[in-house]
Each structure stands twice: as C-alpha cells, then as structure tokens.
Design a protein around this ligand. Structure first.
Ligand code: ADP
Ligand code: ZN
Length: 619
C-alpha cells in the first residue's frame, strides 16, 4: 500500500467519547457485550486481557481506544495477510492506519516510520519479530504511543498449536513501556493457557474480560462417513450453492482431489496447502477474499488470519485432532453473525488413522497422554447423542443450561440401542482371531463370509464365525467405530489397522456392563432449521439486491479491496430494506460511518434511485 494514501481523513481528536467514535467512524449503534468495558479500561490507562470468540468484535476493543487516546496504537499481529486486511479496512473507514513488515521496501518502511514519529498515524500494525528489532523499539520510544495491542495472544503459549517464538519476547513491553496500557486478545484459550498468556506477557495485573464462547449462528453437524464426496457435494448443492466456504482435508493429495471434484461439478474451488508455490497460495487466498462464492479446499495451513466475514460453511472431510482445532477451524464460518454451518463427516478409518498417528508420533509419554485426551474429547463429540453445542461449550468451561436447538443432535435426536450383546460379539471376535485383523475382516468373520483369507486362516472354525448375521456390514462398522472411539479397541501401533483389545474392554467382554450405542442416522441431507433464515433467503427484491451488489463491486474494484470491505451483506441488506432517500437517512444504517458515507453514499443513493426510476417506468 502506498504511503501517499496514508492520510485518508481528518484525525479523530482526543477527548472524544468512545461512543462517538463507534458511531462516527464505524457507523455502529452500540457496543457489543464487553467491548464497552474493555475500552473503558484501556482509555483509563489500564491493561486488559480479552477472550472473545471469533467474530465477537475483538478489533474494536483496541481500535476505539487508539482513536480516543492521544498517540498511535501499536498492534502486534502474527500474520502479514491479517495486517494488510485490517489496515485496508481501517483506511476505508478514514482511520490513519499503516503496517510495518517484511513485505515493504526500505523507502516504504521509512515513510511509515516518519508518519509514526510525526503523529500522523492512529494505528500501526507490526509483526512481533519486527517490533523486537532494536531499531523498532528505539522508534517506539521516540514516538507517542497510545497503547499496545497483542492480537492472537495464544501464540505465546508453547503448548498451543500456533506457537510463535517471537511472541515470547513481547514481555519486554512491560519492562520498557510500563506506563503504556497493553491489551492481549485471543479467541482460543482455556483457563490454563490464559494463565500462561498473562504470565508470559507480564500481564498479571490486567483485568480479564471473558465473553461466552458460543457462536450461536453456527449450526454444528457431524455425520458418519458413507460416501464422503457425494455427501459433500449434496450438502453444498442443497444449501450453499453460491456461497463462500472452506473445505478442510488432512492430506495434500486429498485437497487436490477434492478441489478437482468440486470444480468438475461447476463450483469455483481452489486448493490451498503448504506444498503449493507461495504465489499460487497468495493468489488463491486473494480470490477467496475478493470474488463471490469461492470455495477453498485446504489443509490446516489455511485459515488463520482469514478475516472474511461471509464464509457460510466450513466442511471437514477428515477429523481434526482436537476440539481446540475443530472450534478454531469451524469458527471461521459466519463472522458476520449470519447463519452458517460447520459440517463434518467422519468414519472408522479417521479414528484409526488419528489414533495411529498419535501413538506413532515422537514425543514423551506426558505429551502423548495430553494428545490422547484431546483426541478422546474430539471423538466424544462425534459420538455424543445429546446437544453438541452444550458439549463443546462445556469443554471450554462455558456452561449452557439448555440444549441449543441448532445442532444436528438437537434438530434430529439420534436414536440409541442396547449394544451390549453386539459389543460382546465384536470384542470376542477380535480375541478369537488373535488381534491381528482389521475391521473388514472381522466383520466378514462375524457375518459368516467364507472367503479365501478366512478359510486359509481357519477362522471359519472359530466360535464367533457367523454369529453376527443380524447386523449389516454398515451397522457392524458403526459398532467398531464406537468401540475404537471409546477406547475399548485400539489400532495396532505398527499401523496395519489390526484392532486390539484394551484394558477397558474386560467388563464389556464378560457382559458385566451394558452399552448404549448410537444408531447412525440414515443420511438425508437436511435443510437447515432453527438457524434463522439466511440473509439471502430474506431478500424479496432480487433486482434491487443485485443492483446494490453491482454498485458495491464497482466501488470495490476501484478501491482494490474485497467487496465486504465496502459494506457487509447485512449493511447492504439494510440499505435495500430501508431505501434511504438522502445521505442523512443512509447514515442511519448500521455499518455506514462518516468516511464511507462521504465516499460511497452518493453511489448507493444513485443505484437506489435508478431502481426507483425503473420501477416507475415499469408500472
Ligand atoms: P474478531 O476479531 O473478534 O473475530 P472482529 O473484530 O473482526 O471480530 O469483528 C467481527 C465483525 O463484527 C466485524 O465485521 C465488525 O465490524 C463487527 N462488529 C464489531 N463490533 C461491532 C458492533 N459494536 N456493532 C456492530 N458490528 C460490530
Ligand atoms: Zn444442540
């Protein structure tokens, strides 16, 4: 971004109320829960630690105080893409924002540094490694700083999945800039991690602001894997045919194959994984952000720092390793608060694969034990027969008293059945065949199939041969999956997929303990219910909607930004509903701040007027 465009608007002067900034700059009516309190804390010069779910509105917590307090707010952010997005969006709001990172040449960096020193910046985004360079620290000492914001603060946690060594150096801010308020923000942190963050960043005196973890607009759905590709296509076709979404796969090959599959069905699907050239990755990310209805198929390498608000679905073709990962990945859906879906299919092979990866991984016993617990929790969520959201929130220490009504188990409660005898048969079949065989073989023995392998091994003569003909292969698969998920069976550590008994299966084998199993529902893709209807579904005036979208698209192209940076869908929808006749009326729409009103107001009024004219002509 060129520095010539740095000064976009008049600075907001000091001594304004946070509410005024919210209204004038951001165009919003009121603070979301906790935002007001956090902002008050910082404006008063105190530190804060903020835990809010994705889409909860963390950015405003430091952006508003940075505009209210004198000086520049320094934002430490781990990802360059994220910085660029934020700066772009802020400039659209008329905020004087810039970033310092390794993508800039010497002159650009110089210009930005000068702007900082001469007080021409409201916000400066900076990568941690950049900030910690002696030269940058020296610069900070010379400048007038309003606050330090440490975004994605969980990166400081060595146990977390996003650990960034540079974050460890950030406690220097506490020592060298003790008089400047600091705020740490994250969306993913259990109590232990939160404590770790506070300690490592020397934020021990900071007040903690913890908002609920719930993302009510996301519908959680987990289905047994039958024909994963077909299930995915049906889901997208029936519910999100023209929307943006992310599909996660475990391996690069599968990413490629799934992207090809979706393309062959007419979707714009782009692969994204660490094995692709970085230019291609950047291009795919860019298209995802800027074009409408792009699907990115990705390994977990994709997503952190993707601020796109209108991602309508996140689909998992493979099981994530932990609930933390699941929650973070699914959390990328619906940041704009509109109905969205977290969709996943999983099957026995996923369970076996993850268990094997874990046992075969390097790492000491303690590490493995923690990982095993995490995987168990993930599997528990898959097999649960009660509300998924309650279970998820409980895991994160956030209680919800009543079932949510917006997850698959709430919408279509799964049936259970008494699996005591089936489980006994399955376990004893594993035992009788020597704990050396995989699930298909075991099912064949149970169902009495006389194939060559079984005959050769002599397993047509074991006592469990043919004792399980009352269940179909699919039903037996479901039994085995639940046994592995619950830890009564494990896949052999050598990785051949042979199932072995564990200690915990003893009482089951003896029939001393009754077992309730989940009856896998017959999969029919279901229309979403209870989530409130999607913005799209509420639109009756399609001509008007398309006209406003076209207007937004033109402006976005002129500005070189994604359409949602001009206005979110919700703002566009409100404009369509309210049909403002003048700038003043337009200013009343949520999401229309002073700068955007001035820049784009006329264009949208014109687009509305043209519609009106058409309508009159037509009648
Ligand atoms: P987070 O960083 O917590 O994931 P963001 O700061 O990106 O969330 O905010 C999510 C969305 O909510 C953004 O589009 C933002 O503009 C919007 N938002 C934040 N605060 C408010 C508010 N007080 N009123 C209306 N919209 C808001
Ligand atoms: Zn529920």
């Amino acid at each position: 971004m060129d520095s010539a465009r740095l000064t976009t608007h008049k600075p907001v002067t000091a001594d304004v109320a946070p509410e005024t900034v919210l209204h004038q700059v951001f165009g919003y009516d009121q603070f979301r829960p906790l935002q007001g309190e956090v902002i008050h804390e910082l404006v008063a010069g105190r530190d804060a630690m903020v835990l809010m779910p994705t889409g909860g509105g963390k950015s405003l917590c430091y952006q508003v105080p940075a505009l209210v307090r004198p000086g520049t707010g320094i934002v430490i952010s781990p990802l360059i893409a994220l910085m660029q997005d934020q700066v772009m969006a802020l400039r659209q709001l008329g905020v004087r924002a810039a970033f310092l990172n390794s993508t800039m040449d010497f002159q650009q960096a110089r210009d930005t540094e000068n702007a900082l020193l001469t007080g021409e910046l409201d916000l400066l985004y900076c990568a941690p490694e950049r900030l910690l360079q002696p030269r940058t620290l020296e610069l900070m000492h010379q400048a007038s700083i309003s606050l330090f914001a440490i975004d994605e603060a969980h990166c400081v946690s060595q146990w977390g999945h996003d650990f960034r060594a540079d974050y460890l150096g950030l406690d220097i801010l506490a020592r060298e800039f003790s008089e400047i308020p600091r705020i740490a923000l994250t969306a993913t942190a259990d109590e232990r991690t939160r404590k770790e963050i506070a300690e490592r960043l020397s934020l021990t005196d900071a007040r903690h602001f913890i908002s609920g973890f719930d993302r009510p607009n996301i519908q959680y759905r987990i289905a047994p894997k039958i024909n994963a590709n077909k299930q995915l296509i049906d889901f997208i076709k029936e519910e999100y045919a023209t929307d943006a979404g992310i599909v996660y796969c475990l391996s690069r090959n599968k990413v490629e194959a799934t992207a090809r599959l979706l393309c062959s069905k007419g979707y714009t699907a782009l692969p994204y994984h660490a094995g692709l050239p970085s230019e291609m990755r950047a291009e795919h990310q860019e298209r995802f952000l800027r074009e409408d209805g792009v699907i990115v198929v990705a390994t977990i390498a994709f997503g952190m720092g993707i601020d796109k608000p209108d991602v309508r679905f996140v689909a998992h073709m493979d099981l994530p390793k932990s609930l933390e990962a699941y929650y973070q990945e699914t959390g990328r859906a619906g940041r704009d608060g509109n109905p969205s879906t977290a969709w996943m299919v999983y099957g026995l092979q996923d369970v076996i694969k993850l268990r094997q990866m874990l046992e075969g991984s390097a790492g000491n016993d303690h590490f493995k034990r923690v990982e095993r617990q995490k995987l168990d929790a993930m599997l528990g969520l898959c097999e649960i027969t009660t509300c998924r959201r309650q279970a998820l929130l409980r895991y994160f220490g956030d209680k919800q008293e009543t079932p949510c009504g917006n997850c698959d188990t709430c919408l279509v409660p799964p049936e259970t059945w008494d699996g005591t005898v089936a489980v006994q048969k399955a376990l004893s079949c594993v035992f009788r065949t020597g704990q050396r065989f995989g699930v298909s073989y075991l099912i064949d023995v149970l169902r009495g199939v006389e194939n060559d392998r079984i005959l050769q091994a002599g397993h047509h003569a074991v006592s469990t041969f043919g004792i399980g003909s009352e269940l179909s292969s699919a039903e037996w698969k479901s039994v085995f999956r639940q046994l592995v998920a619950n830890g009564h069976l494990r896949a052999d550590p050598e990785g051949y997929g042979a199932l072995q008994l564990t200690e915990s299966c003893r009482p089951l084998l003896k029939g001393e303990q009754t077992v309730n199993l989940r009856k896998d529902p017959v999969i029919k893709s279901r229309k979403t219910a209870g989530a409130g209807s999607k913005v799209k579904d509420q639109i009756t005036d399609h001509v008007g909607w398309e006209a406003l979208r076209a207007c937004r698209k033109t402006l976005a192209e002129e500005q070189g930004v994604p359409p949602y940076v001009i206005f979110h869908d919700t703002t566009l929808f409100e404009i369509l509903e309210r049909r403002p006749q003048c700038l003043e009326e337009l200013a009343g729409v949520s999401g229309v701040g002073a700068a955007k009103l001035e820049r784009y107001g006329e264009a949208f009024l014109k687009a509305l007027a043209a519609l009106g004219a058409d309508a009159t002509q037509a009648s």
